[in-house]
Design a protein around this ligand. Sequence first.
Ligand code: FE2
Ligand code: FE2
Length: 475
Amino acid sequence: MAINYQERIPNNVDLSSDRRLQRALEHWQPKFLDWWMELGPEGFQAADVYLRTATSVDAKGWATYGAVKMPDYRWGIFLADRVEDRRIGFGDNMGEPAWQQVPGEHRATLRRLIVTQGDTEPASVEQQRLLGLTCPSLYDLRNLFQVNVEEGRHLWAMVYLLHAHFGRDGREEAEQLLARHSGDSDNPRILGTFNEPISDWLSFFMFTYFTDRDGKYQLKSLAESGFDPLARTCQFMLTEEAHHMFVGETGIGRVVKRCLELMKELGTDDPAAVRRAGGIDLPTIQRYMNFWFSSSLDLFGADISSNAATSFAAGLKGRPDETRYEDHVEADTVTKLPVPDGKGGVTEEEVPTRNAMNYITRSAYIRDCEIGVKRWNRTIEKAGADFQLTLPSERFNRKIGAWAGLPITPEGKFTDPEKHAAMIGEWLPTEADRQHVRGLMVQVTDPGKMASWIAPPDRGINNLPVEYEYVHLAN
Ligand SMILES: [Fe+2]
Ligand SMILES: [Fe+2]
C-alpha cells in the first residue's frame, strides 16, 4: 500500500480507517515532538538538512531526498507489504497462520520484546545529541541527522504496535518510551549501553558499526516473528538500518585512511607522531574497537537463556535468517557451546538448542562484524603499514553472561588477574586516549572540508559531490 502523506501522521496502514487509533497516535505526536526538541540534536533544529524520507516501502521508491528542517521530518508508520497466507516459520506453532492480533497467552512476552527494542531507538538519539557541535564535516553532520531522524521513526514503528495492539498498557508503555532518558539516574533507558553518552565521533562510528549492527540482528530475529505486524515493521526498519551501519563502516574506514596518510607523510608509524599531527593512531582505533565490540556483545544477553527459549518456542522471536537453518522447531536438539570450566580454562557445555538462541544469534553477528574489519585491513595492507585490526575474542571484557568479569585477554586466553589489570590500558581506551580523541573534536562546517583526523568519503550522498552543502546552517 502506498504511503499516505496527506495525513498528519504519514502511514501505509490505512490509519484513517481506525479513528480511535488515529486519535490516540495524534495525541502522542506532539509529545514526541516535544521530546525531539528537548533531547534531539542540539543546536540544529532550524537548519536545512539534506535528508531522505520514505515514500513507499518497495525496493525502488522508498527513499526521496530533499532539504528538510528536522522538526518538519515526516515521521510515520511504514510496514513492509503483507505476504498472503503467511505462516509461522519456527517454534511450537510452526506452520500455523501468522497472527494478525496478539495471541493472549504471549501478550506479556511480546510487549516486553517490543518495549525493549523500542527503548533503544530514542535512547541513541539522546546519546548523540551533542555530536553535531563537533562534526568533522557537513557530510558527516548530515549522516548523523539522517541516523537520528530514522531512530526517531523506529520509535514510531514500535509505538504504533503498542497503540494498535496492546490497549491501555500499550499506550502507557508508549508514554514511558518518552519518559525514560539515556543516563537519567532516576529513570534510565532499559539497556546499560544506551545510558552512556556518545561524546566523540570515533565512538559514534563505533556505535553505528557495532551497536547498530546488534540492532540489525535483533530486528532480523523479530522480522521472523509469528506476530505479523511486528515482522512487517521490522522488515522495513532493516532497510533504513543499513545506512546506519554504512556510516559506521565508512566512518571507521576514513579514520584509518587518514591515519595511514599521516604515517606516510611523516615517514613513521609511531602513534605519538600521528597524534601530534592531529590524527588517531591505529592502536587507539583498535582499543575503541575492543571496547565497542565487547559492549555490543553484551546486548545479546546471556548465551544460555530460558527467555530466549520461550520466545523461540512461542514463535515470537526467531533466529536471523531463520530459513537458512535446517530445523525450525529444535524440539529436542542440542547445541554445544564453550563455557568457563571454573579452573581458568574452557570447556564445552551441551544445552538444548532453544536455550542457545542468543549464542547462535551472536555468532551470526560476529561473522557480520568481520566483514568491515577485513575491508579496513585491506586499506592498511595496501598502504604498506605493518598493522592488523582484529576483533577481540567474544570472551574479552564481558559484563554479561558466563564470561562476565573474568580475566581474559583479547585473544580469549585466561591470564592472572594482576597481569590482566596491568594490561587493560593496552586493550581498552585509556583516559589519555579519550582525551586525545576529544581534543580533536572541533566543528568543521565549510562545505567539502574535513577535520584533521578523518579522510573525505569516496563519494557524496545520492550522487551529489562531497562538497555539497548537506546542511545549510541557520544564521
Ligand atoms: Fe533503529
Ligand atoms: Fe540504527
